[in-house]
Design a protein around this ligand. Structure first.
Ligand code: G3P
Ligand code: CA
Length: 264
């Protein structure tokens, strides 16, 4: 709380578990999301794309190769694009073994499964639309998925537990039009000159942690937006971005961030 704070900048810093606690468990699996919650993160980040038959699935790369055994299971299906596989096929994949044997058999989750996992907890969701230009209409589809859980959007937004972000800013402007109650974040570092216009509909500017300074954070704040920076994994770097006044830190190691925040 503000009263317990030794200095103002760490008050209510939002901790986000990147692709789940991906430093400790295979990225974008339910196991990694659960670990992020367990480690005290306020939000769990994930990347949403769409299967060939229209199911919203959570995967970082636009191909399935790096984080699943797709090349063994479907050897003749190069280049193994997410959008070329049905959900029934994606369900057959192992998204855990590449990380460690402990997670063998972890499936590729759907967006619905993530909502159902996170919704009963104290944590929330930072959903990234990954390469949305590949998936026409995905903004409306994601909005409808959130809205299909009665009361979820209203209560999660009120608790600051639901944000949608993308590197594709035009996609985020569309998302804002489709579901204006849900805050949207712009990944990357828009030039200062663009910020006033972006601030008419965007809520967060979410830059890489080496790309901005305290003055930039000040400008974003003056325009009524927040800064959540990625992907900050070392304690020293966490302290540096907190000194620059960020509102949130996106990390593979929520446990490290917890310790850093406790020390400030
Ligand atoms: O949440 C920020 C971060 O996820 C953006 O980069 O490549 O990990 O999706 P990436
Ligand atoms: Ca992401």
């Amino acid at each position: 709380s503000a009263l317990a704070a030794g200095s103002p900048e760490h008050v209510d810093v939002v901790s986000t578990a990147h692709r789940g606690a991906m430093g400790h468990a295979p990225e974008n699996t339910l196991a990694a999301f659960a670990l992020g919650v367990e480690m005290g993160s306020d939000l769990v980040e994930s990347d949403v794309q769409r299967s060939k038959d229209g199911v919203l699935v959570l995967m970082h790369d636009t191909t399935l190769s790096r984080t699943t055994d797709v090349e063994q299971v479907f050897p003749d299906r190069a280049p193994w694009r997410v959008s070329d596989f049905t959900y029934e096929e994606i369900q057959q994949l192992d998204a855990g073994s590449w990380f460690s044997e402990e997670y063998a058999g972890e499936p590729v989750p759907t967006m619905a499964q993530m909502i159902e996992l996170i919704r009963p907890t104290r944590a929330g969701i930072l959903m990234e639309l990954k390469s949305p230009a590949l998936y026409p209409g995905i903004e409306r589809q994601v909005a409808e998925e959130f809205a299909s859980y009665p009361g979820y959007v209203t209560s999660a937004v009120r608790a600051e537990r639901l944000v949608v972000q993308s590197f594709d800013w035009a996609s985020m402007e569309r998302y804002h039009e489709v579901q204006p109650s849900v805050p949207v974040g712009l990944l990357g570092r828009p030039a200062e000159a663009l910020l006033p216009e972006l601030s008419t509909w965007a809520d967060q500017i979410n830059p890489g942690y080496t790309t901005f300074d305290a003055a930039y954070v000040g400008t974003v704040h003056e325009l009524g937006m927040e800064v959540h920076t990625y992907t900050v994994n070392r304690a020293g770097d966490m302290n540096q971005v907190l000194d620059r006044g960020v509102d949130g830190v996106i990390t593979n190691f929520p446990d490290v961030l917890e310790d850093v925040l406790a020390e400030r």
